[in-house]
Design a protein around this ligand. Sequence first.
Ligand code: PLP
Length: 383
Amino acid sequence: MTANETGGAEHVQWGDGTRCVHAGEPTPAAGMPFRAGPVLAATYHLGVDGDIPEDFYGRAANPTWRALETAIGELDGGHCVLFPSGMSAIATLARLVLRPGDTVVLPSDGYYLARKHIASGMSALDLDVREVPTPGEWSAEVLAGARLVLLETPSNPGMDVCDIAAIAARAHAHGALVAVDNTTATPLGQQPLRLGADVSLASDTKALAGHSDVVLGHVSTADAELADRLRAARTESGAIPGPFEVWLAHRGLGTLDLRLERQARNAAALHRVLAEHPGVRGVRWPGAPGDPAHPVAARQMRRFGGVLCFELPSVAAVSAFTSASRLLASATSFGGLHTTVDRRAQWGDPVPAGLVRLSAGCEDTDDLVADVRVALAAALSTG
Ligand SMILES: *Cc1c(COP(=O)(O)O)cnc(C)c1O
């Protein structure tokens, strides 16, 4: 699919900042705002000629949704369908695609709720669920007979990476639909549809909306028919995004390029501090040249994000680290303006007790580096 087919040809020539500012905006007209406010209508005038307009009822269609779907579709290079959360995007795709007895391949180190929903929440379908660590092995045995292969790269929380193009080619040879959870990368960081995936989906709760005040998700696909089915499934299930949340996310998207740039700069600086500290182990950030994921990440990613992870020796050390810091908020989720830390084992992720996922925010780099140095000193004196 070229951008021509999605109506965004000229935007592909522009840089990320320009594309983010202008994505999905209306044709300029005198006296009109740059971007209209959220349309909160539950119902619309039908008119009297019997033709049903595009917008007729709020569960089926909404112009505020369409504006953000156009914007994200342009950035992803496909047709975008919004959902009220990232999980709703994943669950709706799984429900549409999977039939009883189907085989589905999932990352064993990916977002825990996606695994839980497909492996236990959909147990009535008697699925053959195969879990593979993100770095592989994505062998023929694993992919054979799969209906759906869901990749997550970089994976959350371990920051491992897999080769989307290579796995998609292999999975397609087995007839599978290939979906990539692109939450950590965002459409600016990585373009799964251009790398050969059938579907790129994400929790836009994270960096795309970016201000820790919206829960939202989307699915993008080059397949117009699949997009229509997803849209119909959203209308029929009734799980729809709120127009105000969608409008806020669109407002947030305008600064995605700026925010990612600052977050990546902060992540690089914090990575150096953490990697040099003798008490910290397992520091992972795909943007670091020495990281095991870096060669593949550098090939398929357009830029790196602000999320990294590392290990402290104990739960007590993580508590001491967080309480000695003035800038690191203990919170789940990532990709927002604020730098946050999350001890992932508390949510049941299969990771060491002291593994911390750190989401670098948009604070000044020097302030964060100084704060993390103080916090590390406190954490590692506790042991
Ligand atoms: C947060 C997250 C989700 C779930 O998204 P919600 O918007 O919280 O429903 C899915 N995948 C990844 C990688 C995530 O980080």
